[in-house]
Design a protein around this ligand. Sequence first.
Ligand code: MRU
Length: 351
Amino acid sequence: MRLEGEHRRSIARTADGKGARILDQRRLPWEIVWVELRTAADAERAIREMWTRGAPLIGATAAYGLAMALAEDGSDAALDAAYHLLAEARPTAVNLRWALDEVAKAVRPLPAPMRGEAAFARADAICDEDVALNRAIGAHGLELLRDLHQRNPGRTLNILTHCNPGWLATVDYGTATAPIYLAQDEGLPVHVWVDETRPRNQGALLTAFELAGHGVAHTVIADNTGGLLMQRGEVDLVVVGTDRVTANGDVCNKIGTYLKALAAHDNGVPFYVALPYTTFDPATPTGADVPIEERHPDELALLTGPAAEGHATVRVTASPAYNPAFDVTPARLVTGFITERGVIGSADLMR
Ligand code: MRU
């Protein structure tokens, strides 16, 4: 299934300019449903319940949520209340707080009646900037892929990724997917191993949907398969996105990322992390200081098929379940960070 019209732009202002339009990602790839957010409470719910998700897109959604609150009431009290409501919607991705801080900084000096429009303008700019950042990440990552291809010109480049680091997790292009899309556009022979990414299956449902829409060859694998593929030489590189990189270069990303980094290290497979500066958190010293979101155990214990096909929800365990949503990959396991500034090491993140 392809998206027509506004292909790949995952968030935009509503036609009347007073709200934001997002895709309800809980229904992908079975149904394409655009939803209009009209209040800060709508935005908070969409983030908390993961109608919308992915670090940069959470930030963009929160920025619009704050703008909606200020358009209603531009007072300091309204600003502070909406800021805190939205900041607490999800704890791990640093982009959420970054975007809220950007909007708050832009509007605080202004008189209350002017704050709503100024906040919307800042939210629009955050979205446009995200697209430009990801485009730049794509260009730098493409050089890496070209390099690998030149070393083995006759071979398909096999890339493994985890979770959904695509345009659905950002405003457009994605972070880790941006180089892949550019490589595909250039005609490089790429194939992507897509980790299914239990328990919410962002890989099987969302990344696979995106790659199919862009015509990229891909295969969905169970989360435990990557190690075997790496031992067999069937992975040329791993590229993931991230929800927060700390001052020392530790990488917080979807649960399971760390195991992929360990397997990559053991097998001499390069492990790259793609991120814009909005995901770097210099104020947090190490990954151990990042709040790891714990989600409801039912996300793990219940499996639900596509409603459109009449599938029922089934319980897959009779035991208690535990569902932390992110893990931390130590900086020492990361080959390089693909950023809008180029491919850099952890020591260069602070520069
Ligand atoms: O829980 P989610 O689906 O919001 O998690 C998203 C991820 O872990 C992505 O890989 C991450 O946001 C970085 S990619 C832009």
